[in-house]
Design a protein around this ligand. Structure first.
Ligand SMILES: [Zn+2]
Length: 247
């Protein structure tokens, strides 16, 4: 089951496909030879596989690693996820202290503070992977689906959040309603990825330079599994653009 990620007109270079592999493919990807050090994505997949096998698996946290983190951090991945209490990335990816740089907002909406956080982790902490993760029955996306622009106000802040999500539905082939919430969540993931690439010259440059990989993901409550899309690819034209002029 594939879902094409539409590309905003301002980021014509980005091409992302949310490929949702079946269980067999997932298992095949999770098992891997030891010839080379695991990539950041492989580390996340391996951590999620531990969580899937045993949701109560202890996190790889110990006194020595806690002490070591006092000297600094070098997370291998950035995860932008929903603030939903059921989707803590450190748990879902069975990650230890200092391993993943987590940014969370309702719906994973990327405002300026979120963009700055991602840029900091990517450029200054050298994280090599950015994951934008949606999830089953996302309340923020569901609220955006069920509410109407110009409808009853939920207050200025919630109105702004929902208003930021709603344009994602313009790219859905299915109706944006309660029966197609998964599609709506994936459309929101797609929009957030595009928003990051559109608004962060730093992130786009790092991806073009091969220093950062960006990828969409979807977390399923029933299985505990995280499904990953293909990585965002930039055209040579955009990849060669320097962000210097934007800094
Ligand atoms: Zn959510």
């Amino acid at each position: 089951m594939l879902r094409k990620i539409h590309v905003s007109t301002t980021v014509t270079a980005a091409l992302l496909t949310l490929a949702i592999p079946g269980p067999a493919a997932f298992a095949a990807r999770a098992s891997r030879g030891a010839q080379a050090p695991p990539s950041a994505l492989e580390r996340l997949k391996a951590g999620n596989a531990r969580f899937v096998r045993d949701a109560a698996a202890p996190l790889p946290i110990d006194e020595a690693s806690r002490q070591a983190q006092a000297r600094g951090q070098s997370p291998f991945a950035i995860v932008l996820s929903c603030a939903d209490s059921r989707v803590p990335p450190e748990v879902i990816f069975n990650a230890g202290l200092g391993e993943i740089f987590v940014v969370r907002t309702a719906g994973g909406v990327a405002d300026q503070a979120v963009l700055a956080s991602i840029e900091y982790a990517a450029e200054h902490l050298n994280a090599s992977l950015l994951v934008v993760m949606g999830h089953d029955t996302c309340g923020a996306v569901k609220t955006a689906v069920e509410s109407k622009a110009g409808g009853a106000s939920m207050g200025p802040n919630l109105d702004a959040l929902v208003g930021a999500i709603r344009p994602a539905f313009d790219h859905m082939s299915a109706p944006a309603d309660g029966d197609h919430l998964r599609d709506a969540v994936l459309a929101n993931v797609e929009q957030v990825v595009n928003d990051i690439l559109t608004k962060s010259a730093i992130v786009k440059h790092l991806i073009g330079a091969g220093k950062l990989q960006a990828i969409g993901a979807y977390y399923e409550f029933a299985t505990g599994r995280v499904r990953f899309s293909e990585a965002v690819r930039l055209s040579s034209e955009h990849a060669s653009n320097s962000p210097a002029a934007h800094r």
